[in-house]
Design a protein around this ligand. Structure first.
Ligand code: 8GT
Ligand code: MG
Length: 318
């Protein structure tokens, strides 16, 4: 039996997100090419010695007639197709010159984010769809014993820090107190067009119609399948490769990976540091938020090493 070594293909692709209208630019692959007829994020294979960003700029000039002026890494996805191993190196384009059009005759369309799921994409693209929906910052709420103060602090973060993704973590509350707080938190989040995930059992969604569930790593490891519908978001806390693999297996939409640094809340746990973090993120296959001593000053670096961004209690809870 001969062992065939798969081709490795490095592809740069663009998530052009129109932040005001919350639309994303997608293009349809011509029917006569690999994965023809499917929709994709514009881009293509890197030429020898090209960096991801150089390749992205060249491809977007060739395919859409635009010149990228500002872009930031969004996510890197490894995927095994039957004939090749591809690395999709996806960049979020923040600014460009020109009006995009299908320079190669391909259909090009601005699509509202929540409608992206209705378009057929290549199998490798699921993590990208998740990444474009998510912001760079993930607020985890602190323990509070005063409900009025909880509301004030949450609203401050939504209003002044522009937080758009919130996890309600409250280990000291019993279920009925948790549900009450969650209902108020949901109303506040709706007011600011932010998403709310409940830290706890999937059944909490029956009591509060929030946007999803965040699982502890312990709960994650007990599951055999995804415990909630596809229309809701599922995130989980992870700390190592085994937990990341499990998150992929049960179909988490995204995860936190911690601890990057030592924190006052977990002084006994050894931090993993950026090097190990980057290696784990590279193969996670879903958006990952860096957690553990992170502040918004770390967001750019987190992006640069492949993460979606940062998660924090302390940096937002003031
Ligand atoms: N551009 C792009 N390619 C994707 C995506 N998802 C995905 O699996 N791919 C795969 O990555 C490879 C990209 O190749 P491509 O056909 O765009 O390459 P290219 O623009 O350099 O074209 P060429 O090889 O005809 O010159 C294809 O095998 C394609 O199926 C995506 O969202 N965007
Ligand atoms: Mg292409």
């Amino acid at each position: 039996m001969s062992v065939k070594v798969k081709r490795r293909v490095h592809v740069a692709a663009a998530a052009m997100i129109n932040a005001d209208r919350k639309e994303v630019l997608i293009a349809r692959r011509p029917s006569n090419v690999d994965q023809g007829g499917l929709w994709e994020f514009p881009g293509g294979k890197l030429a020898p010695y090209e960096t991801g960003l150089e390749g992205l700029k060249r491809e977007l000039h060739e395919e859409l007639g635009v010149e990228i002026t500002r872009a930031q890494p969004l996510i890197r996805v490894h995927h095994e197709y039957p004939d090749k191993h591809i690395l999709l190196d996806v960049w979020q384009v923040h600014d460009y010159a020109g009006e995009p059009f299908g320079r190669e005759g391909q259909a090009v369309r601005w699509v509202p984010m929540e409608e992206l799921v209705n378009y057929p994409f290549p199998a490798a693209n699921l993590p990208i769809l998740r990444a474009v929906m998510l912001p760079t910052e993930y607020l985890i709420t602190a323990e509070e014993d005063d409900e009025a103060r909880f509301d004030t602090r949450l609203e401050r973060a939504l209003k002044e820090d522009g937080v758009r993704l919130v996890q309600l973590r409250a280990k000291t509350l019993d279920e009925s107190a948790y549900v009450e707080r969650a209902q108020r938190a949901l109303a506040l989040c709706r007011q600011y067009d932010a998403r709310l995930l409940l830290n706890g059992e999937p059944s909490l969604l029956d009591a509060v119609d929030a946007d999803g569930i965040h699982l502890t790593s312990e709960r994650l490891m007990q599951l055999e399948r995804r415990p909630i519908a596809q229309g809701k978001w599922l995130s989980a806390s992870t700390h190592d490769k085994a937990q990341l693999d499990q998150a992929a297996l049960v179909g988490c939409d995204f995860v936190t990976l911690s601890p990057l640094r030592t924190t006052p809340s977990h002084p006994e746990v050894a931090p993993m540091g950026w090097h190990d973090f980057q290696q784990l993120v590279e193969r996670a296959g879903m958006p990952v938020f860096a957690l553990g001593g992170m502040t918004r000053f770390d967001a750019n670096h987190a992006r640069a090493v492949g993460a979606q961004g940062i998660a924090s209690i302390r940096d937002f809870w003031k």
